[in-house]
Design a protein around this ligand. Structure first.
Ligand code: GDP
Length: 327
């Protein structure tokens, strides 16, 4: 016999009392492709929403190997040590392709995994960054309703995923490594502009000297950027995730940022802007997927693409034709 499905109300009540199993179940519903599950997920989120929002959302990015997992293990453990409840989520649009996420690697978060004040969830799999990002955003709400006051969202520092994560967090932390004096070369300008803090990791052993040098260089470079709308001057520090050094400094800087932006209201303004952005983004995603999933569109799109390829129609005429198809 099949186990009786939990009702929406039962799941919500359990989430609000901090039950991790219920939280995981709800996230699984959010990540499901089954329309019935999604309907229930929406109902759960709606009821959780009034209990959400009471957290700090921190985005962490950096290239593979920079030490993100190790850093989150150290920082998450530090946070739980000062009575915080930490949820770690990941945004990895490639997880569906590579089968097995390179993020949220629990083997490198050994202590945090066992910590009862921490919750770690790997990236949802999805075909598009938009889909993965939206699910993560809904998961944030569920985690907050379950009482997590610090939400860490990890993403890999390649491609567009930083922008998606930036649009769902309050504070954005970029992890870097000290190189051979060419720190500022080959760095993506956009990412630097998004960063509220740069932490130069692996500042230990032989790396220590070059890390300190890199800190000076990044600091100098950051001062060349115009003042941000938050009025926050991004900070640069060095840390050693593996030695768990620099975690208090990271926490202090985030606290300073929060104080400034709550005082000048930027914190709330940014969250409002993010909510509006996500409303529009959700509509856009939904319209697009509904359109492209229509049987007739699938058939006709193929034909029109061929016509365009053979110069037998223009892209604009073809688009008008497809948009005009009634099922
Ligand atoms: P990720 O791919 O960004 O998640 O990086 P990982 O956390 O998996 O770390 C990549 C490698 O760097 C691992 O072998 C870690 O042990 C090592 N590592 C991470 N942080 C530090 C650090 O602070 N110092 C040193 N020396 N090694 C580190």
């Amino acid at each position: 016999r099949r186990k009786k499905q939990k009702s929406t109300q039962e799941i919500v009540t359990a989430i609000l009392s901090g039950n991790m199993t219920a939280l995981s179940q709800a996230i699984t519903l959010v990540e499901s492709k089954n329309p019935k599950h999604l309907e229930q997920a929406n109902a759960i989120i709606k009821q959780c929403l009034p209990h959400a929002n009471q957290s700090v959302r921190i985005g962490i990015t950096g290239v593979p190997g920079v030490g993100k997992s190790t850093f989150i293990e150290a920082f998450g453990t530090y946070l739980t040590g000062i009575e915080k409840k930490v949820a770690v989520l990941a945004v990895d649009p490639s997880s569906s392709i590579t089968k097995g996420s390179i993020l949220g690697d629990k083997t490198r978060m050994e202590d945090l995994v066992k910590n009862e004040n921490a919750f770690i969830r790997p990236s949802p799999s999805g075909t598009s960054l938009g889909g993965v990002a939206r699910k993560t955003r809904e998961t944030i709400i569920l985690c907050e309703a379950a009482g997590f006051d610090t939400i860490i969202i990890e993403t890999v520092g390649v491609g567009q995923s930083e922008t998606a994560v930036h649009s769902m967090v309050d504070f954005f932390l970029l992890l870097k490594l000290a190189g051979a004096g060419d720190e500022l070369q080959g760095i993506k300008r956009g990412i630097i502009e998004m960063a509220d803090m740069i932490a130069i990791n692996k500042a230990d052993g032989e790396n220590l000297k070059s890390a300190k040098l890199a800190k000076v260089e990044f600091n100098r470079a950051l001062h060349l950027y115009p003042i941000k709308a938050s009025e926050w001057q991004p900070k640069v520090i060095t840390c050693s995730a593996i030695k768990k050094e620099g975690m208090e400094a990271v926490y202090t800087i985030i606290s300073d940022y929060l104080k400034l932006t709550v005082d000048n209201s930027y914190f709330y303004k940014k969250r409002n802007e993010q909510n509006k952005f996500w409303l529009l983004q959700t509509i856009e995603d939904r319209l697009k997927s509904e359109f492209f999933n229509r049987i007739n569109i699938k058939k006709e799109l193929e034909k029109q693409l061929n016509l365009v390829e053979n110069n037998e129609t223009t892209p604009f005429v073809a688009a008008e034709y497809l948009l005009g198809i009634k099922d």
